[in-house]
Ligand binder design. Structure first.
Ligand code: CTP
Length: 321
């Protein structure tokens, strides 16, 4: 029987669980999901300055467990001729209208060919929301306080966590279990690459993530994304088999309770004393990480360096939504 091939395109800038949830729902519409990724050039022309570079966005979309294939440089206005080459049957997008810079509905071609399907947008998260939180955190633009609501979405997020978890296979039998941990704020290509390497040290990866209060204690800065949002990002990553809340100091009892036999410290870890009680289990991974320059501070710094351009982008985006 012919497979139903689904196409979902987008910017996927600062990849977040809203993007992952759209890809999850898109994948459910068929048997194979192709993610089309717009180039930074076309995002700049049609939407405004993107935060992340092309290769950084491509790495994140490729790491999403719901994506079977990626196509880079996907045109902003989805072209039926192009997607037919990939034998696409259905095109999915969140339930918001997207217009190109000349006012064209980005999906008019696929709508005319009856190939368009809507998926539900995820509340409380967007690239605009994250950039807004970063600008607010720096107290640079109080005007966003009215728009960026900081609404509490805990119940909704908990339901999403349950849904995302259903797509993980928690069978640990005869598996070599690896443990790694961290904060995983603004999940980026550096994290994805590190998770890929950690997974390759065994065949079942448990990721420990720190509660917001713990992050605040050891890190001068609060994280931009809260614990549920950070968990959701990790659950959508294809290298991750399980996510647990992790204590800051790692004990033997904790690692034994997980059944892990190897611990891979995060690639940018500055506080290795946390593993003093489990030194024997540490496996360093010497694979190079092309995105090791990325960090939450780096991304925040980039937004602040291009402050005026992001301010403009924010205003434009918030007017549209
Ligand atoms: N999406 C979603 N829920 C969100 C954010 C995005 O379902 N909270 C969906 C979009 O509707 C689209 C896909 O994710 O189908 C990719 O979105 P993208 O092109 O990156 O742009 P935006 O919709 O503007 O996403 P964001 O607001 O995060 O920039």
């Amino acid at each position: 029987m012919k497979k139903t091939i689904v196409w979902a395109d987008g910017c996927f800038d600062m990849f977040h669980y809203g993007h992952a949830n759209a890809l999850r729902q898109s994948r459910q519409l068929g048997n194979k999901l192709i993610a089309g990724i717009h180039s930074n050039k076309s995002i700049l022309e049609n939407k405004g300055l993107p935060v992340m570079e092309d290769d950084e966005r491509i790495e994140m979309v490729s790491s999403c467990r719901y994506v079977d294939e990626v196509v880079i440089d996907a045109p902003f206005v989805t072209q039926v001729d192009l997607i037919r080459k990939y034998n696409v049957d259905i095109v999915a997008h969140g339930d918001d209208l997207i217009f190109s810079n000349n006012g064209e509905d980005a999906y008019h071609q696929v709508k005319n060919n009856n190939m368009f399907r809507e998926v539900k947008r995820t509340h409380g998260i967007s690239t605009t929301e994250i950039v807004g939180r970063i600008l607010l955190k720096q107290s640079l633009e109080n005007a966003f306080k009215q728009k960026i609501t900081n609404e509490c979405h805990t119940e909704y997020q908990n339901d999403l966590i349950k849904t995302f978890k259903q797509d993980l296979d928690n069978n640990k039998k005869n598996k070599e279990i690896v443990f790694t941990d961290g904060n995983y704020d603004l999940l980026h290509a550096g994290h994805a690459n590190a998770l890929k390497s950690a997974k390759s040290m065994g065949n079942y990866l448990i990721v420990g993530v720190h509660e917001d209060s713990v992050v605040k204690q050891y890190n001068k800065n609060r994280s931009i994304l809260d614990i549920n949002e950070r968990i959701l990002g990790l659950l959508a990553c294809k290298y991750v088999d399980e996510v647990v809340i992790s204590p800051y100091l790692i004990s033997n009892d904790f690692i034994n309770s997980l059944g892990a036999t190897k611990i891979v410290p995060s690639y940018d870890v500055r506080d290795n004393y946390r593993y003093n009680n489990v030194k024997d289990l540490i496996s360093y991974d010497f694979k190079s990480n092309n995105f090791s320059y990325l960090s939450s501070e780096y991304i925040t710094g980039k937004i602040l360096t291009n402050y005026q351009q992001f301010l403009c982008r924010q205003k434009k985006r918030l007017e549209i939504k």
